[in-house]
Write a protein that binds this ligand. Structure first.
Ligand code: GTP
Length: 597
């Protein structure tokens, strides 16, 4: 393919502003099968992705387009994941493009999530084409949104394309803008191969599929390739592109985006951001920007039924084949038995994995309190990375503890500003900036990550009726007065509920936890004290009253079958309970107790 006729672009949009609809339209207009038509045909295993309407894996579609200048162009549309947890994957996708369409809902305007991606896109020197979508809506205010784009982002919006992806207005203009405004890629076909590994995923039929952007050189089928960071060599057995159906090709040249397979067993071997080169004639330097992805949120996953441990182990191994960013190691808990300590990119990532385990692998799981990674500095000068409260050293050995902080950008309509400020304040936030952009506040806060991982996002959405948007990045570790809080049920330590909290917040959190547990644990035949403690000191306490009658008491002696039924029912219920000493705790209690609400 003639490099001057290639255009590589991504679509930046806030959730629901119409990214998928626009992508479908572009595919349709250029003669391919749309994502929706595809998904009707190829119902794949990413059910959760579809249900939540979130794009987890970046995908690319190669489109053929004859422009108004009469020439044929190849347009590579790169889809990017839309959630803060997957920020690194987004950055690699953007690095593979020369431009972006910035899709903004004509009625909603610019949102924080969009902003973060736009700034990244600008950092990659992208040509950004604003597309004001949904102009068919009666509430559309394209002029106001144009002004907002100029004011907030500082981007010239005078020649923004007005479109309605839904009714097909302006689609031709979008295609022309891609060809005329986004620059062609640059690259040297004769240089040694240098390709960026943009993404990798596991496909049941093809094995590990790798999405690549060729920078220099030519990537051919049957070539010995080398991963420069992964330091491994593989033989390519398929080279091609998605249209969006798979189309095999003999080779990919400079500027092109496509896929390869090379009989790789697990995605962890094909790391996002790595440089692929020719093993026989390697490039002398790797591409910049490779980063080892580090999990930021950790929690324990245990089977509700201890007999399911093997099944959990197999399922976790299978999931790992498909998700390089998730980590795990075995963990034993005094009360929960065998399980795994898992690391995730964020809470959404955690939820996705948890849901896949329970849905696709039919596992009932107990999730322990999520934790971030603390730096524990000991008196002897050593530093310990702590991501499991259970491993907290004796407080007398600790000099100080540092916790990770983030900088968050929140966009919120004026009327909810008060409650959002209070939420940030309650979570130990430090306000950095507050500006107004057309009836909407833009807030910048520094917050401890551990105050955000639990339920910050849910709270933010609920107090703003869904209008607030949120984006963050990490800004390093800072010292904090942190303590380990433990929970005792009937004087037994429930290690799954131990957590690291700020001393000032410990009492409130402890009280809340005890109240929640009191509501969630069913009555037993005896009185059950619930306590929260720091070290040996109890900071909160609740008591569950004893049950007065045996459940079977109301089945007068003779009615054996009814009695049986009741007992069976109880047995079934037991499957979702955990035994702590002589107390049974329902599975829901573990997750519910952690919500601070
Ligand atoms: P995520 O996949 O969740 O990131 O959302 P998205 O940005 O891809 O949005 P999507 O294309 O799924 O569109 C969101 C909603 O807006 C859908 O109900 C679409 O039908 C609707 N929509 C998209 N484009 C238009 C448009 O031009 N006009 C109107 N009225 N609705 C649109």
């Amino acid at each position: 393919t003639d490099i001057s006729r290639i255009r590589n672009f991504s679509i930046i949009a806030h959730i629901d502003h119409g990214k998928s609809t626009l992508a479908d339209r572009l595919i349709q207009a250029t003669g391919g099968l749309t994502a929706r038509e595809m998904s009707e045909q190829v119902l794949d295993n990413m059910e959760i992705e579809k249900e939540r309407g979130i794009t987890i894996k970046a995908q690319t579609v190669r489109l053929d387009y004859r422009a108004q200048d009469g020439l044929d162009y190849v347009l590579n549309l790169m889809d990017t994941p839309g959630h803060v947890d997957f920020a690194y994957e987004v950055s690699r996708s953007l690095a593979a493009c020369e431009g972006a369409l910035l899709v903004v809902d004509a009625a909603q305007g610019v949102e924080a999530q969009t902003l973060a991606n736009v700034y990244q896109s600008i950092e990659h020197d992208h040509e950004i084409v604003p597309v004001i979508n949904k102009i068919d809506l009666p509430s559309a205010e394209p002029e106001r949104v144009k002004a907002q784009i100029e004011e907030v982002i500082g981007l010239d919006a005078s020649n923004a394309v007005l479109a309605s992806a839904k009714s097909g207005i302006g689609i031709g203009d979008v295609l022309e803008a891609i060809v005329t405004r986004i620059p062609a890629p640059k690259g040297d076909a004769t240089a040694p191969l240098k390709a960026m590994l943009v993404d990798s995923w596991y496909d049941a039929y093809l094995g590990v599929v790798i999405l690549v952007r060729i920078i220099d050189g030519v990537l051919k089928k049957g070539m010995q390739i080398k991963f420069m960071a992964g330091d491994s060599v593989h033989l390519t057995d398929r080279v091609g592109a998605f249209r969006p159906k798979i189309e095999q090709r003999g080779e990919l040249g400079p500027g092109e985006i496509g896929f390869i397979t090379a009989q790789i067993k697990e995605v962890a071997q094909a790391r996002v951001g790595d440089t692929i080169t020719d093993a026989k004639r390697p490039a002398n330097a790797a591409l910049p920007g490779f980063k080892e992805v580090q999990p930021v949120v950790f929690c324990g996953l245990f089977p509700t039924d201890a007999a399911d441990f093997e099944k959990l182990r197999e399922s976790i191994y299978k999931l790992k084949l498909n998700d390089a960013s998730f980590s795990f190691e075995m963990e034993t808990s005094a009360a929960l038995g065998f399980g795994f300590r898992c690391g995730f990119l964020g809470l959404l990532h955690l939820e996705i994995i948890q849901e896949r385990l329970s849905r696709e692998y039919d596992l009932d799981l107990i999730t322990t309190a999520p934790s971030v990674v603390y730096e524990v500095h000991l008196n002897n000068g050593e530093m310990l990375e702590l991501h499991n409260p259970a491993d907290m050293p004796d407080p007398v050995a600790i000099d100080h503890i540092k916790e990770p902080w983030i900088e968050a950008v929140i966009f919120v309509p004026d009327e909810y500003l008060g409650s959002v400020l209070k939420l940030c304040q309650d979570r130990r936030g430090i306000q950095k900036n507050l500006t107004y952009v057309g009836g909407r506040a833009q807030l910048t806060y520094e917050l401890p990550l551990n105050e955000v991982v639990f339920d910050f996002y849910d709270r933010l959405k609920s107090i703003s009726r869904g209008y607030a948007s949120f984006d963050y990045h990490q800004i390093g570790h800072r010292e904090g007065d942190l303590v380990k809080m433990t929970v005792l049920v009937n004087s037994e330590l429930v290690d799954a509920l131990s957590m690291i909290v700020h001393r000032d917040a410990a009492e409130a959190r402890g009280r809340h936890m005890c109240e929640r547990m009191k509501d969630l644990i069913p009555r037993h035949l005896f009185k059950i004290p619930i306590q929260a403690a720091i070290g040996g000191r109890v900071i909160a306490r609740e008591t569950i009253a004893a049950l007065r009658k045996d459940v079977t008491a109301k089945c007068y002696g003779g009615d054996i079958s009814r009695k049986r039924k009741l007992l069976d029912k109880q047995k079934e219920g037991k499957k979702r309970m955990r035994q702590y000493g002589s107390v049974e705790i329902p599975q829901e209690a573990f997750i519910a107790a952690l919500r601070m609400g």
